[in-house]
Design a protein around this ligand. Sequence first.
Ligand code: PMP
Length: 354
Amino acid sequence: MSKYLKEKYASLAPYVPGEQPRDMKYIKLNTNESPFPPSPLAIQYAREEAERLMLYPDPELTSIKGALADYYGVKRECVSATNGSDDALNFAFMAFCDESTPALFADITYGFYKVFARLNHIPYTELPLLEDFTLSVDDYIGRRGTVFIANPNAPTGIFLPLSEIERLVASDTSRVVIVDEAYVDFGGESAVRLTEKYSNLLVIGTFSKSRSLAGGRLGFAIGSEELISDIERLRNSTNPYNINRMTMAAGVGALADRAYFEDNCKKIISTRENTSAQLRKMGFTLTPSSANFIFASHKSIDAEQMYLTLKKNGILVRHFTQEIIKDYNRITVGNAEEMQILIDKIKEIWGDIL
Ligand code: PMP
């Protein structure tokens, strides 16, 4: 840290992304990426757009907003797009929280929420999940503050039914509820349709998981015209060229190729269920996941040791040190072959105690 960094940022604890070691070739099951390449149409559109990289991208994001609006059946004015959904989340923290409007989120959820709150000097309260890692909406009702819910949640994968989201949103329309749907395509149900009914609901999505574009950095927000105009105000005050030409084109291609997307989601879900069944047979305890990852613990295997041993064996999973979940590892659902290698490795290493 330099002596010039201002005090307001000196105590920041930046988000720590999943490790990306380069010392050997790993099976990467630690950052919830898709094992499948982007849709051929996404690649083709991005390639064509590369020829126009000397020009700034469209600051109004006309093509991607239009494609998202068509896909989700909402008005174009109800859509914004961002550089990854992390940017949309940051804008939501900036727009809808301040010293007197704290952020409310679960104690076990996406780790970036806390970082965004601190970055923007926003007070926040982490509300404990229930013992089975489910979220009780009643804990949020009657409390002041802007609510952030990852649905399905990370790293548990547990999906909160839409009826519960609606009960929360309807309980207090003077505050905003943000639903982060990064993993919704793997078995959840999107709250987008509720945004027409509730002007205090903002849904945030990403192309990083189900649409295989993590490297492109493309996220979006859908909500009432008013909420979206707030997000746009921040986007245009930060960087109106926030989405580069190739990514915008890739996003349009990915949305157009519905069959490829649906097929990949189906494959991930079926591989998740198959891997889960095998892990359960070996004595692992799993949360019911509606996401592209599995959250697993075993009474006879120390989770951190498991993570370290798998890493030595060329398989990366994610271990969190947070006390309540330190007995778990989060395992991204890769392709069927990768998951079979994982299962075989676990049997080979821990077979005698399973
Ligand atoms: N929300 C959740 C719950 C996530 O796990 C992630 C991925 N780390 C994100 C949002 C951000 O994803 P991206 O910025 O790649 O869209």
